[in-house]
Design a protein around this ligand. Structure first.
Ligand code: ADP
Ligand code: G6P
Length: 489
């Protein structure tokens, strides 16, 4: 039994199939697992999540009941079959909640059978966590796929300390209120002792939503007549509190996530940036974009801005190269399929207009890339383009900045990313305004060298000093305090 249980949609592993057909489950390193591994090991921890393959589907590796990683982490797979995958994962999580919480970049779909599946699968995760958690243990639930889990767990196991962290944005209340099942989702979240967001603005949106809950006071919602909201948004790590339907006070706070800065800095020191520059034809200006192929990332707008800069001669096609890495993601969801077609059409068009033999202006990679290869690209790039239309935090820009401890490079950053509140040396842009993106790129190209170095040094220090360990520690500390009962600080 575990003293600390992390519940996330995915387990931090991926199946690897050998030539003889044997399957091993290999760790897929990410900031979250790196940060949580030491805490989990120290507290007999467990991780509950989906192994990433569909149960009962022929040809897909089937996970065992428990996976123990090399470091000794105990991972407990929750099974999703083909139907759960379509309705819970592709449907409610990624075609309803994802666009809704990102502020309607595309239209969310509201389907009753997807919602039924979401409830059912959230129950499954909650049961799996309840089975592993020791009496009085702490359970930390992650992200939008599992917003009902805190409420279900609270009913199953009133002895637990329960935290919830949302890794994506939380929108203005009038947007969230579109959701036909809004009361149940809010009640689910209020099962936690602490609900965390990246930014004060998202925490405030949630508090505001709770304050003016639709159906407020009706027996149907089960919410109380008066919801108490206290605290000031200027106070970090404890924005306020809400009284849950069962009378408990739920703290709400902001905890901006980061990366494993020391590891990235150390590995970047060994990255062969010269190789990337050579392979891209030693351009005078090397630009890079690294994103999941997701409509929230603003990839198309970035390509269009690049095209216009080449067309007007602001950037010289003979001297400028853009490397765009676009990781495949949620490929059967209609909006993602459409986006891929549009991005690939744009890449083809732009190369068609400006490439010479052996000199494409865009190098496009639509595959997962080994982390060390990404680091080489980060090290090599003169300008990193992060033009998300909306992003909870965005870790790519923090990784880029961590790779530039020598104060080289420049960051073009969307003001709609969480990171924009922290990285004050970036060239900010409004990705909805192509002129603004073009201006930010040209400001980075023509920056005064001393100013550019000063900007990057400032951002590097920020990321170096605020890593993912600090984030996890701050959340867990606040969670313990919230459970112990004190009001918001
Ligand atoms: P999101 O979580 O929405 O995908 P983030 O920028 O916050 O966006 O995090 C993306 C993470 O995925 C980063 O840690 C980045 O290094 C990693 N990543 C992005 N593209 C690739 C790729 N092609 N191959 C491997 N890892 C990638
Ligand atoms: C974002 C979400 C994560 C999710 C990741 C990859 O970072 O916040 O919860 O795991 O994207 O998406 P996927 O659908 O492949 O898990």
């Amino acid at each position: 039994m575990a003293e600390l249980v992390v519940v996330a949609n995915r387990l931090p592993v991926a199946p690897a199939t050998a030539a003889d057909g044997t399957v091993t489950w290999e760790a897929s390193p990410g900031g979250l697992v790196t940060a949580l591994t030491p805490v989990l090991l120290a507290r007999r921890g467990a991780w509950v999540g989906w192994p990433g393959t569909r149960a009962g589907v022929e040809g897909e590796p089937q996970a065992p009941a428990e996976i123990v990683t090399e470091e000794g982490l105990h991972l407990h797979p929750v099974e999703l079959d083909g139907d759960d995958y379509e309705r819970f994962y592709e449907g409610f999580a990624n075609a309803t909640l994802w666009p809704l919480l990102h502020g309607l970049i595309v239209a969310p779909r509201y389907e009753g059978d997807w919602w039924e599946s979401y409830r059912e699968v959230n129950h499954r995760y909650a049961l799996a966590a309840a089975e592993r958690a020791d009496h009085g243990a702490t359970v930390w639930v992650q992200d939008y796929q599992l917003m009902l889990v805190p409420g279900i767990l609270r009913q199953l196991r009133p002895d637990l300390t329960i935290g919830f962290f949302l890794h994506i944005p939380f929108p203005a209340p009038e947007i969230f209120r579109q959701l036909p099942w809004r009361e149940e989702v809010i009640r689910g979240l209020l099962g936690a002792d602490l609900v965390g967001f990246h930014l004060d603005s998202c925490a405030d949106n949630f508090l505001e939503l709770c304050r003016n809950i639709p159906g407020h006071g009706s027996a149907h919602t089960g919410l109380p007549d008066t919801l108490e909201v206290t605290g000031a948004s200027s106070v970090r790590r404890a924005t306020g509190a809400v009284t849950a339907p069962d009378g408990r006070r739920v703290r709400v706070g902001s905890f901006p996530i980061s990366i494993d800065s020391a590891k990235v800095i150390e590995r970047a020191g060994r990255a062969d940036a010269a190789r990337v520059r050579r392979l891209t034809g030693d351009p005078a200006v090397l630009l890079a974009g690294v994103d999941r192929l997701d409509y929230t990332k603003g990839i198309l707008r970035r390509l269009e801005a690049f095209e216009e800069l080449l067309a007007t001669g602001a950037l010289d096609p003979a001297e400028t190269v853009l490397v765009q890495v676009a990781t495949p993601s949620r490929e059967r969801v209609a909006d993602y399929r459409r986006l891929r077609a549009e991005v690939e059409h744009a890449v083809g068009r732009i190369n068609g207009r400006f490439a010479e033999l052996g000199r494409p202006v865009i190098h496009y990679i639509h595959r997962p890339v080994a982390f060390d290869r990404l680091l080489e690209l980060y090290r090599a790039a003169d300008i990193m383009l992060v033009t998300a239309l909306r992003d909870g935090m965005n870790l790519v820009c923090k990784e880029y900045v961590a790779c530039h401890g020598d104060a080289s490079g420049a960051l073009v950053l969307s003001e709609f990313t969480g990171a924009a509140t922290e990285l004050d040396g970036a060239h900010l842009c409004n990705p909805h305004d192509i002129e603004s993106v073009k201006r930010a790129v040209m400001a980075a190209v023509h920056a005064d060298p001393a100013d550019a170095r000063e900007r990057m040094a400032r951002m590097h220090a920020q990321v170096r000093d605020h890593d993912v360990d600090l984030w996890a520690g701050a959340f867990l500390e606040e969670l313990a305090a919230a459970h112990a009962g004190g009001g918001p600080r």
